[in-house]
Design a protein around this ligand. Structure first.
Ligand code: AMP
Length: 144
């Protein structure tokens, strides 16, 4: 039997407003906020609002709406953090590297020759996350 969705996962709590986040963008379909343990400055998460555990139980209609948003966030992140590139990551089940079991996509600014910090290392300072969220909001607003 496949694993089921747990409505008490931490991203579901963030989506319900029960736990704070450094919000970058929100619409009817998704919430975008800073990863608290960034693998690179500007590491941001795109979280569809529809409850699904990961890619395996996601509604394709949700994915169809989220990918264009992912494109905009990646473009904004590259500009906001003057990055050479951007890594988009998405993990499915523990064996696939997933630790929070609500579908999400990572957008991580990258620089030539600079390796990522390890996944899920220490927490970033709240003021740094707030400043990076503001940079991303400004870059998003400047996109066509
Ligand atoms: P994964 O499920 O492996 O794709 O990773 C979950 C990500 O969520 C990790 O990069 C964590 O640093 C991040 N994370 C965990 N809790 C929070 C939180 N409360 N707010 C923002 N990011 C979080």
């Amino acid at each position: 039997m496949s694993a089921s969705y747990d409505a008490d996962n931490i991203f579901a709590k963030i989506l319900r407003g029960e736990i704070p986040c450094h919000r970058v963008y929100e619409d009817d379909n998704a919430l975008v906020f800073m990863d608290v343990m960034p693998q690179s400055a500007g590491h941001v998460l795109i979280v569809p609002k529809a409850p699904s555990r990961n890619l395996f139980d996601a509604d394709p209609a949700v994915l169809a709406v989220v990918i264009p948003l992912l494109q905009r966030i990646a473009t904004a992140a590259k500009r906001a953090f003057d990055a050479d590139g951007v890594s988009v990551m998405q993990f499915n089940e523990a064996a696939g590297g997933q630790t929070v079991f609500h579908l999400h996509f990572h957008v991580i600014p990258r620089y030539e020759g600079t390796p990522l910090h390890s996944h899920g290392r220490g927490m970033e300072e709240p003021e740094v996350l707030a400043a990076n969220a503001e940079k991303l909001r400004s870059a998003l607003a400047a996109l066509n």
